[in-house]
Ligand binder design. Sequence first.
Ligand code: IPD
Length: 278
Amino acid sequence: MDTDLSLAALGTLETICRELAVQAGELIVRERPAHLGVAATKSSATDVVTVMDRRSEELLMEQLRARRPDDGILGEEGASVEGTSGITWIVDPIDGTVNYLYDIPAYAVSVAACVGDPAGDWESVAGAVFNPVTGDLFHARRGGGAFLRSTGSEPSVTALFVSGEHDLGHALTGTGFGYDAAKRAQQAQTLTRVLPQVRDIRRAGSAALDLCAVAAGRLDVYYESGLNAWDRAAGQLIVTEAGGVVRGVGAQPSRELTLAGPAVLVEALHGVLQSVTD
Ligand code: IPD
């Protein structure tokens, strides 16, 4: 995996992540149709796509093709371009599509620049997650720390740090559920084991924002199984740059499991999750 990127190169990638997340985020709010419907379904009848998921991904594709013609692109709605530069952009044009459909203000555009093989072993080196309703722009680049930039009426920049909580019993814990009914049944079973051991559970409906909430200490810890690369590519870097740990069943997060938070809580929750499968 090419990890040899200069500070200037990382800075450029982070700037593009920020600019494109904001541009696409503004588009999905500004041009949201009055009667937004479901344009298509994917893995199950509840896994929906709206016309704005597609338009947002088209905008991200166009911009990336123009600005970074040698890079690869992988997007939730089908974007798939092989690059030659070693950088692949992993984008989620709307993370939290069901929230977007219901006009619940917890959805985001996620843009990450990654190195490695997007179908296998990859690593994010820059990323941004933008909630266009709240104006919260979370961003990070490798080695540069994680930040929350408020783009609202009173702009501000805050450095992010994960929670200082040490006790799983006091940990506000985020999670999410997939779209497949059988998978959800398993996730519900796991939840019955986790819920009695933590402060409480939150299911906000956007994995990208959940990871950013961990980075900002708004959640103590987070876990979910079944995430795709685009759900977590930007958010997981933002967590690690905020001093947290992101792991899976093994050291790396995977489709099987993504677990994020301060190291001590991640290890404690990992123990609980392991006991479910034992
Ligand atoms: C979903 C959201 C949700 C998570 C699901 C994801 P989408 O992404 O991130 O919070 O629980 O696993 O698929 O479909 O809204 O882009």
